[in-house]
Design a protein around this ligand. Structure first.
Ligand code: 13P
Ligand code: 13P
Ligand code: MG
Ligand code: MG
Length: 378
């Protein structure tokens, strides 16, 4: 059967700041989806990651379906009502428009979807991340699909020998989706050259070259102007079909051991290590570290098994300790140098405004005096 899996996630309010949605909020969204999705969905699953709620849905309506997007939007609207009633922080934060218009893209929530012919033993991973940006998946995806140091299948499985096609989006281009397709193994240096810049170039999808089947979709979205600010780079979700022609679950998870530094954490304006966290984790220290969670599923005729919480294993406790240490190290230098994002990437206007004020106070020295003394040679 031709199956579609859709993930739509939003932050519509959380307790105590940007920490975690209330149980009542999550239950409201969940109940709304179950009740109103009866005719549209085959199955659904809901999780929270920090202050975000992600809806995982299976159906046969294809990607970008109006009705599915509207269902998710309405579920988040129902949640927003409860968030307001409970006085939650940032109630309705990610619902940027007053009325739904066809597709959640560009309206605040993040989404990724894929349509495929269901395999007899269909397996996939459902990634959700908080306090970071879509480019956070760039390095782990590159390593899982390109590097035999993580993906042993590139050497051991003939099914993977043909490589993969990466579709990469230039998210800074605001007029539409600006995309490039590059093949592995021949274009791997070009792919690395783009993916080094997590803020600008983001993996949108990856397909197998053996059969053109889709393996990966990420909630890559170009920036859009909402009011006075640009929105789009927020708390990303991703789906990865595994096994067979694709890397195995363990190969896709392997690069998350690195806990590479990504943008996000406090006020979306700092650098922190990406910490693999258990499902439904909260946020705490310095609104970070940035966290990523992952649930593995098998699916048959659109029905999900129970999830396996892939980062709920003693190995990842050690990884989390390493990430905590890396977080403490970079926090030691506060706002200095690479610990804080450059002006162009700051989510808050404060530094920009201050710079505009200070700019007026700068003077250009008329003569070439050095250290207050005239330079005679000049
Ligand atoms: P196969 O059983 O499909 O070869 O998968 C290998 C695997 O999952 C290694 O982790
Ligand atoms: P979220 O994007 O997760 O809502 O976090 C915002 C923030 O400012 C955290 O410090
Ligand atoms: Mg929030
Ligand atoms: Mg969030």
């Amino acid at each position: 059967m031709k199956l579609t899996i859709s993930v739509i996630k939003a932050d519509v309010g959380s307790i105590g700041g940007h920490l975690r949605p209330s149980v009542k909020l999550k239950t409201t969204v969940e109940n709304y989806l179950r009740e109103h999705g009866k005719k549209l969905l085959i199955d659904s699953f809901i999780s929270t990651t920090g202050d975000d709620i992600a809806l995982l849905m299976s159906h046969e309506r294809g990607v970008n379906d109006n009705k599915i997007h509207e269902l998710a939007w309405d579920a988040f609207m129902a949640g927003t009502k409860v968030a307001k009633e409970q006085g939650l922080y940032g109630a309705g934060q990610d619902l940027l428009k007053d009325a739904f218009s066809g597709n959640v893209r560009g309206m605040g929530p993040a989404s990724c979807e894929m349509e495929f012919e269901e395999r007899p033993n269909e397996a996939f991973l459902f990634f959700t991340a908080d306090k970071t940006e879509p480019g956070a998946y760039n390095l782990p995806l590159y390593l899982a699909f390109v590097d035999p140091m993580h993906c042993a299948g590139l050497l051991l499985s003939p099914k993977m020998a043909k490589g993969f096609t990466f579709t990469i989006m230039d998210v800074d281009y605001t007029e539409g989706d600006r995309l490039i397709e590059l093949n592995t193994p021949e274009n791997i240096y070009d792919i690395a050259c783009l993916l080094r810049d997590n803020q600008r170039f983001v993996v949108e999808s990856i397909r197998s070259r053996a059969n053109d089947n889709i393996s990966v979709v990420v909630s890559a979205e170009h920036l859009r102007k909402v009011g006075d600010t640009y929105k789009g780079k927020d708390d990303p979700v991703a789906l990865v079909r595994t096994q067979g022609n694709f890397p195995s679950a363990g190969e896709v998870l392997s690069p998350y051991r690195i806990t590479h530094y990504v943008a996000g954490t406090m006020r979306g304006s700092h650098i922190g290590p990406l910490m693999p966290a258990k499902q439904n984790s909260t946020i705490s220290f310095f609104d970070g570290p940035p966290i990523v969670s992952c649930a593995a599923f098998s699916v048959h005729e659109g029905r999900f098994t129970e999830p396996v919480d892939t980062f709920d294993h003693p190995f990842w406790d050690w990884v989390r300790n390493n990430a905590a240490q890396k977080m403490a190290e970079i926090r030691n230098q506060g706002f200095s140098g690479p610990a804080m994002l450059p002006y162009s990437e700051l989510e808050y206007g404060g530094v920009g405004e201050k710079m505009n004020q200070l700019d007026k106070q700068f003077i250009v020295r008329k003569d070439s005096a050095v250290n207050g003394k005239k330079n005679k040679a000049a």
